[in-house]
Write a protein that binds this ligand. Structure first.
Ligand code: 6PG
Length: 246
């Protein structure tokens, strides 16, 4: 993989503009190349930052988007903690992604995280072929956030899941960030994507971004190293304030 690219923007509206340009371009390229755009979206502050400008972009062919969640909380799809509900409110309600192309956690399995993760693997297999024929799904784009402890997706520092190297999607029942039960894509899936982008804004992320980008280490966000894909950071000036290597 090439060097990590860091794109900085004066504020969140400008960051959303930059994300719009980036995602629209990747969507175009992917749809031209293979007729669809496969993207995984995180929760937290990302859906709003992503959608602010993109949801008005009439040039994007959302009808060929295939959407997964980088991680999802094991709550009903209409629960306020649901990453799906957030992405729906911010983005899906405003654009024409076919409902069957939006791969949610199975609403009937949210009380059984292990089953929910298994089901999510079956869903991934529908888009990316079965586990017998491909080693890992290759997303066109995975959009990630980062927590103050350096977690990304639901991959938390020191957690045994950091060592998961075969499964496509895993469950956890002890997430330090509530709610505790979640499903998450695993590192090999993140690292096989064509493009991975972190999005981080606000002064609250200053110290973590400094640590992640200036000091080599093994925090979850630092374990995202696409094998052949690109790695980009979209950050605002507030979050970037302490980065010295950029
Ligand atoms: C989740 C997220 C998680 C998030 C980070 C950053 O479901 O909780 O996917 O990995 O991206 O915790 O969250 P903020 O953007 O809200 O800081």
């Amino acid at each position: 993989a090439g060097p990590t690219q860091i794109f900085t923007f004066p504020d969140v509206p400008a960051l959303s503009q930059g994300l719009d340009t980036y995602v629209a371009k990747l969507s175009d390229e992917a749809i031209r190349r293979h007729g669809k755009f496969t993207v995984a979206i995180s929760g937290g502050s990302l859906p709003k930052q992503l959608a602010a400008v993109l949801k008005h972009n009439k040039s994007v062919d959302f009808s060929n988007w295939i959407v997964y969640f980088a991680d999802e909380r094991c709550v009903p799809l209409d629960h306020e903690d649901s990453n799906y509900l957030l992405a729906k409110t911010e983005l899906f309600d405003h654009v024409n992604i076919p409902q069957e192309n939006i791969h949610t956690i199975d609403n009937d399995l949210v009380s059984d995280p292990e089953e929910a993760a298994e089901d999510y693997i079956s869903q991934l297999a529908k888009t990316f072929a079965t586990k017998d024929s491909v080693r890992f799904p290759v997303f066109d784009l995975i959009l990630l956030g980062v927590g103050p402890d350096g977690h990304t997706c639901s991959l938390f520092p020191g957690h045994p899941l950091l060592k998961e190297m075969t499964s496509w999607c895993a469950y956890i029942t002890d997430s330090p960030k509530p709610p505790s039960e979640r499903i998450t894509l695993t590192f090999p899936v993140l690292n096989h994507a064509h493009h991975v982008a972190f999005v981080a804004a606000g002064a609250g992320k200053q110290d973590m971004l400094h640590q992640l980008l200036d000091a080599p280490g093994h925090l979850p966000a630092q374990m995202v190293k696409p094998v052949t894909g690109t790695l980009s950071w979209f950050v605002d000036d507030a979050a970037a304030a302490k980065i010295t290597s950029a």
